[in-house]
Design a protein around this ligand. Structure first.
Ligand code: PGA
Length: 244
């Protein structure tokens, strides 16, 4: 079931998102966090850092599992998702980096790395999964057409996803990796609570299809209609078509 919360703007979206997960962070010191990259969750991560700095929450015994990683991008590249997570969250809280997991985009045996990642996620059920959404309805890098039964797998990124991300690669499409490893839709559905954030007009159509459209792999996020516990927090522009 999807519960919708409207926010006026990005800032309010981030604050509402933090309030939605704060109780879990405080009451479950060994929580497993499913984390996402991209522009969308940065404000939420800032809220997490602020509350950590205020001494209200500790991540010392928590485990994190990130959704995805580019294939072939060196870990130290500023746009690798490992770098992103260090820069935007992990370097600023007391989480043990050994407990932070990001798919290995440099694995020699990608299939094995994917199988290991799903096995790890199964053994560490995610208490709260943070998600953004692609303009094409992807979650993680599960692009349109991905089987709902998918586990962690290697994907070829769609042209529009690569174009969306080119802004992080000097607007040079040729620098944007062509493949990624992503947690599968079935793995994501294993999370106890899912909090999906969306900001900006570029997400409005995907949000409408996710919430009101048919449950179909054409819009991977539509699978969330069948999850028991989803909160979608969308700002004004992203909720344009679903304001009621
Ligand atoms: P964004 O990406 O947060 O950078 O908009 C979200 C996504 O593509 O999942």
């Amino acid at each position: 079931m999807i519960v919708l919360q409207h926010a006026k703007d990005y800032d309010e979206m981030s604050k509402i998102a933090y309030q939605a997960i704060r109780e879990i962070l405080i009451n479950k010191p060994d929580a497993v966090l499913g984390l996402a990259t991209g522009s969308t969750p940065i404000g939420l991560y800032k809220e997490m850092i602020k509350d950590y700095e205020a001494g209200n929450v500790s991540y010392k015994n928590m485990v994190s599992i990130n959704l995805d990683e580019y294939v072939g991008l060196p870990v130290e590249h500023p746009e690798s998702y490992r770098s992103f997570m260090n820069r935007n969250l992990f370097d600023h809280i007391d989480i043990d980096k050994n407990n932070t997991h990001v798919p290995n985009g440099l694995a020699d045996d990608v299939d094995q790395a994917c199988a290991d990642y799903t096995a790890f996620a199964k053994a560490h059920p995610i208490d709260v999964q943070i998600l953004g959404i692609g303009g094409n309805g992807h979650i993680g890098f599960n692009e349109p057409g991905t089987a709902f039964s998918s586990n962690t797998h290697k994907v070829e990124l769609k042209e529009n996803t690569r174009k969306d991300n080119a802004r992080f690669f000097d607007n040079d499409l040729s620098k944007v990796p062509t493949h990624a490893i992503t947690l599968g839709l079935q793995d994501i559905m294993g999370a106890k609570l899912i909090v999906l954030l969306a900001s900006g007009a570029g997400k409005a159509k995907a949000i409408k299809e996710m919430v009101l459209g048919p449950v179909t792999p054409d819009c991977p996020a539509s699978i969330l209609q069948t999850h028991p516990n989803v909160i979608v927090i969308a700002d004004e522009a992203a909720s344009y078509y679903i304001k009621g």
